[in-house]
Design a protein around this ligand. Structure first.
Ligand SMILES: [Fe+2]
Ligand SMILES: [Fe+2]
Length: 187
């Protein structure tokens, strides 16, 4: 598993950063805030010891991620919709937790695949537009952890094909994540 040791930024973002980067980092903070809440919800609502162990380990990583982006994004730069992101995250984690392991693993696989793509697109843009920003190692470290989360969920799910309701749910989760990121960039 990746760690953030040595990759944590020693500065917070400010007016010197281009607007697009401030918006992206605001969405990263909102996302990590939501990720902690997703795993908190699973822990609160699942009774399956394997799922609880899975959620507890992932939650500890997400708490570390949140700490790193909190250092980077000062309070006044954060999304004003954090209560909404918490509610959405509790729905995303809590609902599948009531249905069992298959639903939890499929949901986490969808969420983390989305987050991998999200961080990858930011890293790609930074490499072109802001290669000396110092953010690429941090974002790469976060992305590597999300990829490990996605792959662990995929391995534990081990299902060949999702039921129709579950594939509809996972589609909703990915679309909802897109909408949330777009909103969090702006407010
Ligand atoms: Fe994360
Ligand atoms: Fe994650």
């Amino acid at each position: 598993m990746n760690t953030l040791t040595g990759t944590r930024s020693d500065r917070s973002v400010g007016d010197a950063e281009p607007g697009w980067l401030l918006r992206e980092l605001r969405s990263d903070h909102a996302g990590e805030y939501g990720a902690v809440a997703i795993y908190q919800a699973i822990l609160a609502l699942s009774r399956d010891p394997e799922i609880k162990d899975f959620a507890r380990r992932h939650m500890h990583t997400e708490i570390r991620h949140l700490g790193a982006v909190e250092q980077l994004v000062p309070e006044w730069q954060r999304s004003r919709l954090l209560p909404l992101w918490k509610l959405a995250a509790w729905t995303t984690g809590g609902l599948p937790a009531l249905f069992g392991p298959r639903a939890v693993y499929a949901t986490i696989q969808s969420v983390e695949a989305f987050v991998d793509r999200h961080y990858s697109s930011q890293i790609d843009r930074l490499e072109v537009e802001q290669p000396d920003s110092g953010l690429i190692p941090l974002l790469s470290s976060l992305r590597d952890d999300e990829i490990a989360h996605r792959d662990e969920a995929a391995a534990l799910g081990q299902e060949t094909g999702l039921s129709l309701p579950l594939s509809i749910w996972c589609g909703l989760v990915e679309r909802g994540s897109e909408i949330a990121v777009n909103l969090a960039r702006r407010c």
